[in-house]
Design a protein around this ligand. Structure first.
Ligand code: NAD
Length: 269
C-alpha cells in the first residue's frame, strides 16, 4: 500500500509537535508538511528541528492551501476559527480532515458538518482509546441507573487550556444524556455560583479545575442515596491523543465522505 502523506496544521503547538512525532513514528505514513498561523515564530523553521530531530528538509509554512494540495489527510489541533477555514479547504481538495480542536460554537460545528458532505472528517474532543471506551460505558451506566442517581462530571487540565468545560467533559455529558434519552443542553449545569437553590433532578453538572501541566483528567460521578459510582480516566501524556489522531488519519484512507467519530475509528460505535 502506498505511504499516506499526513499534514499537520498548527504544527508548533503543544499537540502539533506531538503529532509530528507520532506521524514520524507510525508505519504507513509520512509527514506531508506543517503550517502555523501567519506571523508565528515557527514559520520558516525546519519541521524536524522543531521536534528535536535532525533537519527533515521541510519548512513550517503559513499557507494551508499548499499543505492541503500536498496531503492525503490533515490533522488539526488548532483554534476553532482556523479549523473552520481548514474544513472548507479539506472539502474543496477532498482531503481527509482529522479534527481535535475543541471549543467550536454551534455555527462552527455546522460548518464542519457541511465540509463532511464532501470529504471524510473525523472529529473527536478526545482521541484516546480510554476516553472513547469511557464514553460507551457512561452511556450504558446512565441508561441503567435513571435519574435517581445525580450525574456530575469533573475535569482537570493544565493552566494553558482556554475553553471550559473541556470538550471531553461535554462529550461525556452528551453520552450520559444520550443514555437517559434527553438533550444535554436541556439539563447541563455548567457553572454554579452563589445561592443556586437545590440541585434539580435530572441535571448533569460540571466542575472545572485548571492548573500545572495536567494532560487531562475526567471523572463521571453517579451519586445516589447511599452509594456512588465513579468512572474516571487520567491521561498522563498527550501522546495518547496524538497516536489516536494518526490512527484516525490512517483509517480515513478510501473512506466515503461523512462525519465520523473516534468511536467509528476504534470500532466502538
Ligand atoms: P496550542 O495553543 O499549544 O496549539 C495550537 C496551535 O495552533 C498554536 O501553535 C497556534 O499558533 C496554531 N494556530 C492558530 N491558528 C492557526 C492557523 N490559522 N493556522 C495554523 N496554525 C494555527 O494548543 P494545544 O494544547 O495544542 O491544543 C490545541 C487544541 O486541541 C485545543 O482546542 C485543545 O482543546 C485540543 N485538544 C484536543 C485533544 C483531543 O484528543 N481531541 C487533545 C488535546 C488538545
Amino acid at each position: 500500500m502506498e505511504t499516506m502523506k499526513i499534514g499537520i496544521v498548527g504544527c508548533a503547538g503543544r499537540m502539533g509537535r506531538m503529532l509530528l512525532g507520532a506521524v514520524q513514528a507510525a508505519e504507513g505514513c509520512d509527514i506531508a508538511g506543517g503550517t502555523e498561523a501567519p506571523g508565528a515564530a515557527a514559520v520558516g523553521r525546519d519541521i524536524g528541528e522543531l521536534i528535536g530531530l535532525g533537519p527533515l528538509g521541510l519548512a513550517v509554512g503559513d499557507d494551508p492551501l499548499e499543505l492541503f494540495a500536498a496531503a492525503d489527510a490533515v490533522i488539526d489541533f488548532t483554534v476553532p476559527a482556523a479549523t473552520v477555514a481548514h474544513a472548507e479547504l479539506a472539502a474543496q481538495a477532498r482531503v481527509a480532515h482529522v479534527i481535535g480542536t475543541t471549543g467550536l460554537d454551534a455555527a462552527q460545528e455546522k460548518a464542519v458538518e457541511r465540509a463532511a458532505l464532501h470529504t471524510a472528517v473525523v472529529k473527536a474532543a478526545n482521541m484516546s482509546l480510554g476516553v472513547n471506551l469511557l464514553l460507551a460505558l457512561v452511556e450504558r451506566v446512565a441508561a441503567t441507573l435513571g435519574d435517581d442517581y445525580d450525574i456530575e462530571i469533573l475535569e482537570m487540565h493544565h493552566r494553558h487550556k482556554v475553553d471550559a468545560p473541556s470538550g471531553t467533559a461535554l462529550a461525556l455529558g452528551g453520552a450520559a444524556a444520550a443514555g437517559r434519552g434527553v438533550a444535554l443542553d436541556a439539563v447541563a449545569q455548567k457553572v454554579r455560583d452563589g445561592v443556586t437553590g437545590a440541585r434539580r433532578r435530572g441535571d448533569i453538572g460540571f466542575a472545572t479545575l485548571r492548573g500545572g501541566d495536567v494532560a487531562g483528567e475526567h471523572a463521571v460521578i453517579f451519586a445516589g442515596e447511599g452509594e456512588r459510582i465513579e468512572l474516571a480516566h487520567k491521561a498522563s501524556s498527550r501522546e495518547v491523543f496524538a497516536r489516536g489522531a494518526v490512527r484516525a488519519a490512517l483509517w480515513t484512507r478510501g473512506r466515503e465522505p461523512g462525519l465520523y467519530s473516534m468511536r467509528d475509528v476504534l470500532g466502538l460505535a
